[in-house]
Design a protein around this ligand. Structure first.
Ligand SMILES: CC(C)(COP(=O)(O)OP(=O)(O)OC[C@H]1O[C@@H](n2cnc3c(N)ncnc32)[C@H](O)[C@@H]1OP(=O)(O)O)[C@@H](O)C(=O)NCCC(=O)NCCS
Length: 172
């Protein structure tokens, strides 16, 4: 008999998940930890474009994302996190795919995100995604260190992946 108890489930986040999402992010440097209010908003207003990974009823992965306000065929991926003991096993890639395969009002053709130059795993994740979508990956500066004022913060490079065509599976 196959034991599926450690199976990872991918689903839309709910309001009750905001605390566990925040805890996972707190445990995952170098991510910026935002307020609980921010995670409550993501898990409600932006739930349709975000994803939560769960194992044994515990949050083990999360992606916050939203449709770009000016480019409706573009999804912007904000924070991506996977619990330490589950990294490099394809969990983040599966979360990205689960978001990309939803049926949106306007079909998605681009994914944008930002990557800190020192974040090798993040760079690897999105480079692999671009390859798997057979799409271009164009990098440009979105926010410089100066944009963060006095806060010591690495620059944020914009990665724009696309154009791509995706078969949608999931109605949202
Ligand atoms: C970035 C992060 C989400 C990646 O999650 P993950 O589940 O380990 O990613 P995946 O297993 O789906 O890997 C996707 C690709 O990236 C590669 N990769 C992941 N981590 C890597 C690392 N540290 N070094 C080199 N390659 C790496 C994988 O090998 C895979 O490529 P492949 O399919 O060509 O082999 C995870 O490392 C994390 O939570 N880091 C802390 C938070 C963070 O920095 N988030 C990103 C900024 S928002």
């Amino acid at each position: 008999m196959i034991n599926n108890s450690h199976q990872i489930i991918f689903r839309l986040p709910k309001k009750k998940d905001a605390r566990s999402v925040m805890k996972l992010i707190e445990d995952s440097p170098p991510l910026d930890v935002n307020s609980l209010y921010c995670y409550l908003l993501i898990c409600t207003h932006f739930a349709q474009t975000s994803v939560l990974a769960e194992q044994c009823n515990e949050t083990c992965g999360f992606i916050s994302a939203y449709l770009h306000p000016e480019r409706k065929d573009t999804i912007f991926v904000w924070q991506v996190v996977v619990k330490k003991n589950l990294r490099e096993q394809g969990v983040a890639s599966k979360m990205l795919n689960s978001i990309l395969h939803r049926a949106y009002r306007v079909p998605l053709h681009y994914l944008e995100t930002t990557v800190n130059p020192s974040n090798k795993s993040s760079n690897a994740l999105f480079s692999t995604l671009a390859k798997s979508l057979n799409a271009h990956l164009v990098k440009s500066l979105l926010f410089s260190e100066d944009d963060f004022g006095g806060e010591k913060h690495e620059k944020e490079m914009l990665y724009r992946i696309g154009p791509f065509d995706i078969l949608t599976k999931e109605e949202i």
